[in-house]
Design a protein around this ligand. Structure first.
Ligand SMILES: *[C@@H]1O[C@H](CO)[C@@H](O)[C@H](O)[C@H]1NC(C)=O
Ligand SMILES: *[C@@H]1O[C@H](CO)[C@@H](O)[C@H](O)[C@H]1NC(C)=O
Ligand SMILES: *[C@@H]1O[C@H](CO)[C@@H](O)[C@H](O)[C@H]1NC(C)=O
Ligand SMILES: *[C@@H]1O[C@H](CO)[C@@H](O)[C@H](O)[C@H]1NC(C)=O
Ligand SMILES: *[C@@H]1O[C@H](CO)[C@@H](O)[C@H](O)[C@H]1NC(C)=O
Ligand SMILES: *[C@@H]1O[C@H](CO)[C@@H](O)[C@H](O)[C@H]1NC(C)=O
Ligand SMILES: *[C@@H]1O[C@H](CO)[C@@H](O)[C@H](O)[C@H]1NC(C)=O
Ligand SMILES: *[C@@H]1O[C@H](CO)[C@@H](O)[C@H](O)[C@H]1NC(C)=O
Ligand SMILES: *[C@@H]1O[C@H](CO)[C@@H](O)[C@H](O)[C@H]1NC(C)=O
Ligand SMILES: *[C@@H]1O[C@H](CO)[C@@H](O)[C@H](O)[C@H]1NC(C)=O
Ligand SMILES: *[C@@H]1O[C@H](CO)[C@@H](O)[C@H](O)[C@H]1NC(C)=O
Ligand SMILES: *[C@@H]1O[C@H](CO)[C@@H](O)[C@H](O)[C@H]1NC(C)=O
Length: 728
């Protein structure tokens, strides 16, 4: 999701197991699939993709004010390879990247690197770059202009980190390829999501709604990966819930609920491995996420002093006293942590519990071919026939007014509200919108109706494309499972219609039988915003206003994906004809972010010196307490320390220091602040909240930094706090 490009205008800038681990899952073949010969070669891998953790805009809420100031948990890409054992060059690569959305430019580079390194194995068609859709990661990596606005353009360092870490994850998966088997199942996770636009959902036909118990999908589907002996190596799961547990006022880079769920599961299976150094790979993938929210308690007014403070927001427009800004969704832990961290942990745990349930069962085996299909589709003015025979067409991209209203997960700015298709919410915008993007012509107005156009992005080509016109359409098949890899965020009902139509078509064409299992994964590959149903589109809440190709966007995707199912048939060969790939825009990308000039420790100090120390060893810390030390710092943009750490908690074991926590443990945080731009001085805080069960003993905090000299050379350094003790 993306919100307020106008913020920039506003700033005048736009003129331009632990329990399973033990026995069940890892060593007991009972829970796995038995009697199935290894039909597949399976590979799993993980890589660190964390970009610059300070002085960079964060991606998801598109808030100019949300500039990162440190690290809570690292972002990672996880990769699963499934190859057909009878023809190992026939394979698919599913990447679950802990980022807000897939991107054409990042994907292009990943595909280029992998196809050069492994000729004939990995290509543009069999690699899917799926995002967790989290909203607390590093921004600036997207190729189109609209999502770059709040990050002051393109941030190459972010894109490079995502590309390098993702390629590493696939390399590790490739190097781990071994015979194995797959199995598949589903369960329900009731408390993990809530509809954030129920008034739009209610616009769907009553008889259609009557077929479903909830206004959200509660299914968690899991594909289990076993080795040849039936021991679990990991899994890929699908569940729809926005990565917005952590609020927009957090500025520490984190992984939101999907990345947290993966960490919790992996740490349960391999409790002694540092985060990211595990071999069991847990996949929590995003699905039809559009109108889902992890803020399961509902949306309330935060309007101190007003009579409606603390009341539920108004239903249709999510306003408080007619204003959007004060309406905020509440997660299950909102009372315990006002940045959303506790809610994040709870929503992650619900997904972990769902996955654990399935991993503890004997699931039906998956067997059958590995197939994939990919094509580029130009979605501007695509003509096609609806099932009733009427010819309709899609439109060049445009954002509606309610796009600027934001959502209850991250409300919009100024006077914009959701659920309004009147054209004059804000007279200021009537005047300036033509200066931002070209005013729509009558054809575009009619095509996008009933959406009133705020940003006519499909006609904005200067200085480069604002929104994609060309999207990636992709499907991956393993046996009876088909993954619809979608370039946007489908709402709950859109996802249901899409899955149902594709499942029916797969069966009708004889590609799959009645056991066909179809899931949606996304937003993936390219970011083409939202996909609401036609009925939801008429209501124009945020999801409808962000459905960029017009009211028939969903039908166009159903039409296109359906036309390609024959490429997934057992005997299918080759790939379909494709529209031209989107142009590589990174060469012309504008970047306004300035680099690190230099670092200085200040007179009389050295980098890594302790400024404020931990408590004396004679007064021990207890579980639940925060251990904090402050150091003379340097800018972490000098070295991202990918696959490494900015900090460690060291324990004295047999007179040797052993690192027991890294910067990616949820219990630690790394915070950086500049003291003086002129002098180049900065401070780092390292915090560890002692977990219950931490062994008594002697510990210290260690800070790993890298300083830049005036000449430009970068030098690593290390700082230690004093020793402290923990007594349980
Ligand atoms: C093996 O798979 C590759 C990739 O799909 C395909 O090009 C090739 O024709 C297949 N080989 C055989 C013998 O089927
Ligand atoms: C989930 O699994 C159950 C039991 O195997 C099955 O009946 C149901 O159709 C599955 N759900 C979906 C969405 O396929
Ligand atoms: C990662 O795991 C391997 C194998 O268990 C171990 O040898 C290595 O020291 C670990 N690395 C880190 C940074 O923990
Ligand atoms: C909100 O708008 C309605 C309709 O214009 C108006 O009647 C009401 O007084 C407004 N409420 C507030 C608190 O401004
Ligand atoms: C962060 O935002 C949430 C949601 O608006 C709010 O409830 C909380 O008080 C804010 N926390 C801080 C520290 O500003
Ligand atoms: C997409 O199709 C439209 C309408 O045919 C055309 O004007 C536009 O140039 C195409 N865009 C690309 C990138 O090919
Ligand atoms: C086909 O469906 C569309 C969308 O509901 C509708 O506008 C059109 O009138 C229908 N055409 C026929 C021939 O019923
Ligand atoms: C919004 O669009 C719908 C569907 O076209 C229409 O019924 C409704 O009256 C419109 N609302 C406004 C405020 O224009
Ligand atoms: C694949 O098999 C189907 C069903 O048996 C058949 O109709 C189709 O022609 C075959 N396609 C190819 C490319 O052999
Ligand atoms: C995209 O363009 C940039 C700048 O021209 C170039 O460095 C890069 O290699 C291109 N990417 C690919 C995958 O071709
Ligand atoms: C470090 O913590 C202190 C005390 O809470 C706070 O005043 C300071 O702003 C923090 N510095 C950074 C870099 O976060
Ligand atoms: C901390 O403990 C280590 C290991 O026992 C010891 O070498 C070191 O001198 C201690 N540091 C302080 C400041 O007491």
């Amino acid at each position: 999701m993306m919100r307020s490009a106008m913020q920039l205008l506003h700033h005048g800038l736009l003129c331009l197991t632990a329990f399973f681990a033990s026995t069940n899952v890892l060593s007991n073949a009972q829970a796995g699939v038995q009697g199935v010969s290894a039909q597949y070669l399976l590979g799993l891998g993980i890589g660190d993709i964390t970009g610059p953790v300070v002085e960079t805009n964060m991606m998801g809420y598109a808030s100019l004010a949300q500039t990162d100031t440190g690290l809570h948990m690292r972002q990672r890409s996880r990769a699963w390879i499934v190859a057909d054992a009878s023809n190992a060059s026939n394979r698919i690569v599913f990447i679950n990247a802990d980022i807000a959305m897939g991107d054409t430019g990042v994907r292009r580079s990943i595909v280029a690197a992998l196809s050069a390194q492994y000729p004939g194995l990995y290509n543009n068609a069999n690699i899917a770059l799926v995002s967790t859709h989290q909203h607390s990661g590093v921004g600036g990596y997207l190729e189109d202009l609209l999502p770059q606005i709040t990050s002051l353009g393109y941030v190459k360092q972010t894109a490079d980190a995502i590309i390098a870490g993702t390629v590493l994850a696939v390399q590790r998966a490739h190097n781990s390829l071994a015979p194995g088997s797959l199995s598949l199942g589903n369960t329900t996770v009731l408390d993990g999501n809530r509809n954030r636009s129920p008034s739009a959902y209610l616009a769907n036909p009553a008889d259609e709604r009557a077929r479903y118990e909830y206004d959200q999908d509660k299914d968690l589907m899991l594909l289990r990966f076993d080795d040849a002996s039936g021991n679990a190596r990991g899994f890929l799961s699908f569940y729809a819930v926005h990565g917005t547990s952590i609020y927009e006022n957090n500025t520490l880079v984190s992984s939101d609920n999907k990345g947290m769920a993966a960490h919790l599961y992996e740490a349960m299976v391999e409790p002694d491995a540092m985060p990211g150094n595990n071999t069991f790979v847990a996949g929590f993938t995003q699905s039809n996420v559009g109108d889902t929210s992890p803020n399961t308690l509902g949306a309330y007014c935060e309007s101190p002093g007003e009579p409606w403070d603390g009341q539920l927001c108004e239903f249709e427009h999510s306003t408080c006293g007619n204003r959007t800004e004060d309406c905020h969704g509440r997660g299950p832990g909102f009372r315990d942590s006002n940045l959303g961290y506790e809610s994040n942990r709870i929503i992650a745990q619900h997904q972990v519990d769902g996955a654990k349930t399935l991993m503890g069962q004997s699931l039906p085996a998956v067997s059958g071919p590995v197939k994939y299909v990919h094509t580029y589709v130009n979605m501007s003015f695509r003509e096609f026939e609806l099932p009733n025979g009427t010819t309709v067409r899609t439109c060049p991209p445009a954002m509606g007014y309610s796009f600027a209203g934001g959502t209850t997960d991250g409300p919009g700015a100024f006077d914009f509200v959701q659920g309004d298709n009147s054209t004059s919410q804000n007279p200021f915008w009537e005047i300036v919108k033509g200066a931002v993007t070209p005013l729509p012509n009558q054809e575009q107005i009619d095509c996008q109706a009933p959406k009133p156009i705020l940003f006519n992005t499909g006609f904005a080509h200067w200085p480069y494309e604002w929104s994609p016109s060309t999207v990636d359409v992709q499907m991956l098949r393993v046996g009876n499972l088909v993954m619809l890899v979608m370039p946007g965020e489908l709402t709950t009902m859109s996802g249901r219609r899409m899955r149902e139509a594709l499942r029916a078509r797969l069966i009708a064409e004889g590609v799959l039988g009645e056991d066909a299992y179809v899931v949606v994964a996304g937003p993936a590959n390219t970011y083409a915003h939202y996909v609401a149903t036609r009925e939801e589109y008429a209501v124009q809440r945020y999801e409808g206003a962000s459905t960029i190709f017009g009211q028939y966007t969903l039908e166009a995707y159903i039409d296109k994906y359906s036309s390609l199912v024959s490429y997934l048939a057992d005997n299918a060969t080759g790939q379909p004809e494709s529209d031209p790939a989107p142009a590589n825009q990174t060469g012309s990308a504008i970047s306004l972010q300035t680099g690190v000039v230099f670092d200085s420790a200040g007179i009389g100090h050295s980098f890594g010196d302790v400024k404020t120390d931990v408590r004396n060893a004679s007064s021990p810390y207890k579980a639940g307490e925060a251990v904090i030390a402050t150091f003379v710092g340097a800018n972490p943009r000098n070295n991202l320390r990918l696959e490494q750490t900015f900090l460690s908690v060291d324990q004295l074991v047999n007179a040797q220091w052993k690192a027991v926590r890294s910067d990616s443990h949820p219990s630690t945080t790394y915070q950086w602040a500049r003291d003086s731009t002129i002098l180049g001085t900065s401070t780092v805080n390292i915090t560890w909240v002692v977990e219950s069960g931490t062994p008594s003993g002697t510990y210290r905090l260690t800070y790993y930094g890298d300083s830049k000299s005036i000449g430009g050379s970068i030098t690593p350094f290390v700082g230690h706090s004093s020793n402290f003790t923990i007594s349980s």
